[in-house]
Design a protein around this ligand. Structure first.
Ligand code: ADP
Ligand code: MG
Length: 684
């Protein structure tokens, strides 16, 4: 076995117990360890004189201890070690809290390096709990750029640094290296050994930059190669060829005229389905941009060709709503649209399944129940998934495996900054609906605190009396979540609103309810019988109630930006002026920035960029949601330039060696395969 794959417990200094702790960080081999990169660095290279140092900034000073360290007990459980140290410029009084052992380690008359913040005034300086080491020792904590690692309990930063040192020494030249030499040379990237050494223990900031650039490039390059291989594998397949239909009759049946963006997306999808290759298209459009109609047009074309389509929604409520909408679109043409969800009785399911297998149902709308093994189609030609960020790559491919390479249409309301779409959806073609149906109004958004509540209730009262409906969203309360009384749980909040508005019909839906109950309430909401709907985020995606004019989000700080934008998208869908009120008592800057961004823009693309900036891509593109691997070092948002270059390099290389079978590309190929190990079916 290579050193790289050796288990971490065999690393010098680790052992069984620490190996367990490291496992929590996702580290089980030597390579995992060196791929656990610092999250930050502390510049401890600058030395300064005590009296010439800036105050309240961390610095290294070199000073001789002028007094024997003294021990003082302030009170029970609080002991201080104090000493005075001097350099050519003056003296500093240093205090250590609860580290009594230091008294015997620091010796009067010897010189040490102290790293910490200086406070004081013009004549008197102090330092508290500095890092320190004897000046004669090779700098471990001082005089260098110190890596700061993401850690877990049982492993300190110092300990972790030592492990990394040992692992790098053990690995020698065997550090991971997926970059073919030709690419490395062409793009002037550092050698991998140099990169690993300097990402952990930078010789200086220049070296750190070179190391970062190389490792980021490598990571994005491997990802780009993987995505492009998935794509070319698909393009090489035969797909169901649907002769290009005349879509005019479908358009003529609509009660509105499709926007240009909708028409373009439909054209692109119809072209795909006529191409003889399997379609794999993402339709991306802000909330309310009318993606459902695009899906319906594609389903219509498929049904008109005598084949079947499946429409997969992330929740029962949405499946129900899509069923109604799609029936409206397709039944006038004599196509049968049915639903298949987990909450149906066994008998109902059996009937629908039989009808699907017999080809009597043209379009089936459902949830995950659609991808269970015993659902058979007579002639499935198109699979549509709504809000794809809710489905993993695995689930999508499970449904696609139902027939001979059906066409796939994915709809998403999570706008991805354009530069990223290519890599995130590298295996998909993208249609962007960048136009809202005419007459849509901007939803006025305000962030307020509790002091506003009385006025808000007055506003609710006024709107409902005008005939509008109101949504109130409370954060989801997980069962094992720490109790936080300030969190509005949906059920309690609904009680309070019922008491406040006895004349109105207030209902509540949440994730713990039976789908049947939820559906019943939802259909009353859609038909306007419910005045105020309180819910957890189950209404986040898709629900379409044009009469709703006010969205209130309680504890708004608990929601991500994109989520808030989705929630806001639930109102302003009809002709009525609509509002979104974000209630929050949060005082931290990040939360304020998020709420502020909501108040200032209605543009989903801007919101998602801001979201990325605030949250980082880790969350945004979490592997859980997209089936994409987590990036160790690359920041999909911040490293766009390198991303572009890596993409180009990957294209060039795959042009000359499409299957990465050249010996010089063996390591790259291995990494590419490994990347999607969980999705093997997709990459081969
Ligand atoms: P989303 O993209 O968020 O899924 P929907 O497909 O639910 O949006 O459409 C939102 C609303 O806009 C629906 O009520 C739909 O009937 C309506 N709509 C869609 N396209 C148009 C259009 N071209 N003109 C007017 N209304 C439209
Ligand atoms: Mg939708």
């Amino acid at each position: 076995m290579s050193i790289a794959e050796k288990e971490i417990r065999y690393l010098k200094g680790v052992g069984e117990a620490r190996a367990k702790a490291l496992e929590k960080l996702g580290i089980s081999t030597f390579v995992d360890l060196v791929n656990h990169f610092p999250r930050a660095y502390e510049d401890r290279t600058q030395f300064s004189l005590i009296m010439a140092s800036p105050l309240n900034e961390a610095v290294c000073i070199r000073a001789m201890v002028a007094s024997p360290p003294t021990l003082a007990r302030v009170r029970r459980g609080m002991q201080l070690v104090k000493l005075r140290a001097v350099d050519d410029s003056g003296s500093v009084d240093i205090t250590f809290f609860n580290q009594t052992w230091i008294r015997n380690q620091i010796k009067q008359g010897e010189t040490y390096i102290f790293y910490g913040k200086l406070s004081g005034n013009l004549t008197h300086r102090t330092m508290t709990n500095p890092d320190w080491e004897p000046e004669t020792r090779e700098g471990l904590k001082t005089g260098r750029i110190l890596p700061k690692y993401p850690l877990c309990q049982g492993v300190s930063n110092k300990l972790f640094m030592g492990y990394v040192r040992n692992a790098l020494d053990a690995l020698g030249e065997e550090v991971p290296d997926a970059l073919p030499e030709e690419i490395r040379a062409k793009y002037r990237l550092a050698q991998s050994r140099y990169a690993y050494e300097n990402i952990h223990f930078p010789a200086d900031f220049g070296a750190l930059e070179l190391a970062r650039r190389r490792l980021i490039f490598e990571e994005l390059f491997v990802l780009a190669c993987a995505m492009q291989r998935i794509r070319s594998a698909r393009v090489a397949l035969d797909g169901i060829c649907l002769p290009r239909p005349d879509i005019a009759p479908f358009y003529a049946s609509l009660r509105f005229s499709p926007t240009n963006a909708q028409r373009r997306a439909v054209e692109q999808a119809l072209d795909d389905m006529a191409s003889g290759r399997p379609m794999n298209r993402l339709v991306q459009g802000d909330v309310g941009s009318g993606k459902t109609m695009v899906a319906a047009a594609c389903a219509w074309a498929v049904c008109a060709a005598g084949k079947q389509a499946a429409f997969m929604a992330p929740t029962e409520i949405l499946a129900e709503q899509h069923l109604t909408t799609l029936r409206g679109f397709l039944e006038p043409f004599g196509f049968r649209v049915e639903k298949l969800t987990g909450s149906m009785t066994a008998k109902e399911k059996r009937e629908i399944k039989a009808a699907l297998a017999a080809g009597e149902v043209h379009l089936v709308v459902g949830t995950h129940a659609l991808i269970t093994a015993d659902v058979e189609f007579k002639d499935l030609a198109l699979v549509i998934t709504d809000e794809q960020h809710r489905f993993g790559v695995n689930q999508r491919s499970a449904l696609s495996a139902k027939a001979v390479r059906p066409h796939v249409l994915v709809m998403s309301a999570t706008p991805i900054p354009r530069t990223l779409a290519l890599i995130i959806y590298g295996d998909l073609d993208v249609s962007v609906i960048d136009e809202l149906p005419p007459g849509r109004q901007k939803v006025d958004t305000f962030a307020v605190d509790e002091t506003y509540r009385q006025r808000l209730y007055g506003f609710i009262d006024k709107l409902v009396k005008e005939g509008r409906q109101v949504f109130v969203v409370c954060p989801m309360v997980e069962e094992n979540e720490e109790f936080d009384p300030s969190l509005k749980s949906a059920v309690e909040h609904a009680q309070a609103l019922k008491a406040a508005f006895p004349a109105f019909r207030v209902e509540c839906i949440h994730g713990k309810m039976k789908p049947k109950e939820k559906d019943a309430i939802m259909s009353d909401v859609v038909s306007g019988k419910v005045d105020i709907l309180v819910s957890t985020t189950v209404i986040e995606v898709g629900v379409d109630v044009p009469n709703a004019a006010l969205m209130i989000v309680e504890n708004a700080e608990r929601f991500g930006l994109s989520q808030l934008h989705q929630l806001r998208g639930r109102v302003g869908r009809g002709a009525h002026k609509s509002w979104c009120i974000l209630i929050s008592e949060a005082n931290n800057d990040e939360a304020k920035a998020r709420l502020n961004a909501m108040c200032h823009t209605n543009d989903g693309f801007k919101i998602s960029e801001e979201d990325l900036r605030l949250r980082g891509p880790g969350d945004f593109f979490g592997s859980r949601q997209h089936g994409l691997p987590e990036m160790h070092i690359a920041d999909l948002c911040g490293d766009v330039k390198i991303l572009d270059t890596a993409q180009t390099a990957a294209k060039e290389l795959l042009l000359s060696d499409p299957s990465l079978s050249a010996p010089a590309h063996a390591r790259l190929n291995a990494r590419v395969q490994q990347l999607f190990a969980a999705n093997q079916g997709t990459i081969n």
